[in-house]
Design a protein around this ligand. Sequence first.
Ligand code: OMP
Length: 271
Amino acid sequence: MGTAQKFANIFEKNNSLLCIGLDPEIAKFPKSLLSKSNAIFSFNKAIIDATYTLTATYKPNIAFYEAYGLDGLKQLKLTMLYLQDKYPEIPVILDAKRGDIGNTAKMYAKSIYEYWGADAATVFPYLGYDAVEPFLEYKDKLTILLLKTSNPNSKQFQDLMINKEPFYYAMAKKIAAWKKQNLGVFVGATYPKDLTRIRKLFPRAIMLSAGIGAQDASVKEAVRAGVDSRGRNIVFNASRSILYASSGADFARKAQDEAEKLRDLFNKYRK
Ligand code: OMP
């Protein structure tokens, strides 16, 4: 089944716009996990088992695994295999933020979609179409192009004016003209006005957003700005606010509470 269909099914089944970011930081783990040999995988597994009915998707960010070397990557693989085996109905976005010349992008795409088996990937579109095309060739996958990032300094370059419009928006217009079906777009939840503008350009696209929770974006503004005409087709990531809701042995239950709270809040504003 293709990723777009997987998203359509899970929006229906779990009635949630939540994306749970699997961004493990061992220093924040409860002490009880630290003696385990695969502490990262054990942590992820507990979070996943506690939240799989509350979320639309999981998004491991590869930085949080690479930082722990080969062992971290092994535990990312264990996490991907666990999700594919136990919860195949939930799409997984591998957040690896790629962007390189076409020949190299081909290998990045092969890695993310074939080796890691992700349903979706995050890619910077700045290099132009030939650098994105190798990802789009995986027709059943969803390649999510980062248009406007959530960080405070994202204005510095992304909002530079070009022909009286910000660079991110000029870029988005060109991307919309590609008319590709298997393309998603990212806009930070911290910039709801930009979310509104991008949703208008991509009325039906699946969107990814982040900035809820630890980065303090307004849920109400972000949800109202980002949903499509049917009140769906966008997922809002939260990582730290869910994963580290508690640093004690009850971390998974507290993560579940936090995920449930966010799901309900998103649903309140999506109507
Ligand atoms: P928290 O701030 O802990 O909820 O984590 C946010 C997650 O979303 C991290 O994995 C970020 O790398 C990611 N993210 C952003 O925060 N801002 C962006 O502009 C883009 C992303 C992303 O692509 O997901």
